[in-house]
Design a protein around this ligand. Structure first.
Ligand code: SF4
Ligand code: SF4
Length: 417
C-alpha cells in the first residue's frame, strides 16, 4: 500500500515471540531502548504530520510499545506490522490509541504457530474487536509451501468468521527449492483472487535518480541506526544513530545509490516529466492496463521522440496486439537510437522472427542506466526455470525480477492466437 510522506520505517526490535519456520527472528527478550524524546524532536510537533510504521521482529513485545504509540499519535500517524499475539497489549492498544491516527493495522496470521499455541480464535476475536473499534486492518497469510494443503480451509474458515485473508508470497528456500519461483501454477489464483494488488508490485531501479529518501523517508533500526530508506542500508545511506544523538537528515535530495528499490521510491524520487510517464506506463502495464500503459508511453515519446524506452515498450505492446508491422517499425526506431542495449537488440531480433514468447519491456524507470549483466542473468534464470510454461511464475517474474532492465511478456501472446 502507499504510505503518505514523510514516512519512517521503524523496527522497534529484532526479537519475536513466535517461531515461524520461515523466519529467523531472535527469541531474546528485547533489550533495545531508544530515545523517543529525540525521535519526537526530529519529526517535530509542528504541522508536518509523519507516518511511522512500527515493525520488528514483533513490535508489540517491546516493553514501551503502548507509550511509543501514544506519544507518536499525538501529532503523527502510525502504521503497525504485527503478529497481533500479545492480547494483553492489544487490549491496551484498543483502549488507548485513537484509530483516526492509525493508517492501518497490517496483521499476520501465522497459522502453524497459532494452531500450536491454540490461539486462532483469540486472534480472530481480537481482530474483530479492532475493526469494531474503528481500526482499519489487513490480515496477511504467508503461502508457505507446507501450508498450501490447508490454505483453502483457512481462507474459508476466516471468511466465515468475517476476516478476509490476504495471501502473501513466501520468499525463501524450502526443501531445496527457492520460492516464490518454485510455486506451482495452481497457486496463482490465491494471489489473483485475494491479493490482486500484490501481483503487480515491483522492485524498481532508480539508481542515479535524485530521491527524497533521507529527508522525507527514513529507516530506523532497533539499535537506533538510521538509514535513508529500507532499500539503502549501506554505509553510504547511513545517517547516524538516534540514541547517540548523531542522526542528521540529508538537507538536499541525493541520487539513489542502490540498483533495487523495494520500497517507497516511486513516492520519493524526483522524476522529470518524461520519466514520470515512463513510470506510470510501467505501473499500468504491471496492472494489466495496456491501454493506459500505451497512453503514458506515447506521452513520453511526444516529449522526447528519442525515448528508446518508450519506443521499445510500445513495440512490445504492438507485438502483443500482433501488429507486427508497427512492432517492427518501433523496435527498429528504438534500435537506431540505442543499438547497444541488450533488451532492444533482442526485441528487434525477436519481432523480426515474430518470436512472441521472448519479448521484453525495458525497465524504463531509469533511462540513464542499463544493467545488461543483470538482464542476461535474468534470461538464463528464466530459461533454467522454464518460466514460460507457468503463468503464475510469469506474474512472479514481473514482480520480482524486473529490477534491472527488463520484464518479459511470456506465452500470453501465444495463447491469444
Ligand atoms: S511472527 Fe513474524 S517476526 Fe515473528 S517469527 Fe513469525 S514471521 Fe518472524
Ligand atoms: S529510490 Fe528507493 S532505494 Fe533509492 S534512495 Fe529512494 S527510496 Fe531508497
Amino acid at each position: 500500500m502507499e504510505v503518505p510522506s514523510p514516512h519512517i520505517d521503524f523496527s522497534l526490535t529484532q526479537s519475536c515471540n513466535y517461531s515461524c519456520s520461515y523466519c529467523h527472528a531472535s527469541k531474546e527478550i528485547p533489550k533495545e531502548k531508544f530515545s523517543l524524546k529525540y525521535l519526537l524532536e526530529v519529526i517535530g510537533t509542528g504541522t508536518q504530520r509523519w507516518t511511522i510504521t512500527l515493525s520488528g521482529g514483533e513490535p508489540m513485545i517491546h516493553p514501551d510499545f503502548i507509550n511509543i504509540c501514544g506519544e507518536l499519535t499525538k501529532n503523527h500517524m502510525i502504521r503497525i506490522n504485527s503478529n497481533w499475539t500479545r492480547l494483553d497489549v492489544a487490549a491496551k492498544f484498543i483502549r488507548n490509541i485513537n484509530p483516526k491516527n492509525v493508517l492501518i493495522m497490517d496483521l499476520s496470521l501465522h497459522i502453524e504457530e497459532r494452531i500450536k499455541k491454540n490461539g486462532l480464535e483469540s486472534f480472530i476475536n481480537s481482530v474483530l474487536e479492532l475493526q469494531k473499534a474503528g481500526f482499519k486492518t489487513q490480515v496477511n497469510y504467508v503461502l508457505h509451501p507446507e501450508l498450501l494443503a490447508r490454505v483453502d480451509d483457512d481462507i474459508a474458515y476466516c471468511t466465515s468468521r468475517g476476516i478476509t485473508l490476504v495471501p502473501k508470497r513466501f520468499k525463501g528456500v524450502h526443501n531445496n527449492k527457492t520460492y516464490p519461483e518454485a510455486y506451482e501454477e495452481s497457486v496463482k489464483h490465491y494471489m489473483e483472487e485475494y491479493n490482486h494488488s500484490s501481483l503487480n508490485l515491483t522492485d524498481y531501479n532508480f539508481q542515479g535518480i535524485r530521491c527524497n529518501a533521507g529527508i522525507d523517508l527514513f529507516k530506523i533500526k532497533s539499535n537506533g541506526d538510521v538509514y535513508r530508506c529500507p532499500g539503502d542500508q549501506t554505509a553510504a545511506g547511513f545517517l547516524g544513530n538516534i540514541n547517540a544523538g548523531t542522526f542528521k537528515p540529508l538537507t538536499t535530495p541525493l541520487p539513489c545509490q542502490v540498483g533495487k528499490c523495494p520500497c517507497w521510491g516511486p513516492q520519493n524520487v524526483i522524476l522529470d516529466t518524461e520519466e514520470s510517464h515512463l513510470l506510470k506506463g510501467l505501473n499500468a502495464y504491471l496492472k494489466g492496463e495496456q491501454l493506459e500503459a500505451e497512453k503514458e508511453w506515447h506521452s513520453a515519446l511526444l516529449l522526447n521522440p528519442k525515448s528508446f524506452h518508450a519506443l521499445n515498450n510500445l513495440s512490445v505492446l504492438s507485438a502483443y496486439k500482433q501488429d507486427w508491422i508497427q512492432a517492427t517499425k518501433l523496435s527498429a526506431a528504438a534500435y537506431k537510437i540505442r543499438s547497444t542495449d541488450i533488451c532492444i537488440q533482442n526485441n528487434k531480433k525477436m519481432i523480426l522472427r515474430n518470436d512472441e514468447t521472448n519479448l521484453m519491456i525495458s525497465k524504463v524507470i531509469n533511462p540513464r542506466l542499463s544493467n545488461r549483466g543483470e538482464a542476461s542473468k535474468l534470461n538464463l534464470r528464466i530459461a533454467k526455470n522454464n518460466f514460460t510454461k507457468k503463468i503464475f511464475q510469469n506474474h512472479l517474474f514481473k514482480k520480482l525480477f524486473n529490477t534491472p532492465v527488463t520484464i518479459k511478456l511470456l506465452k500470453l501472446i501465444r495463447e491469444r492466437r
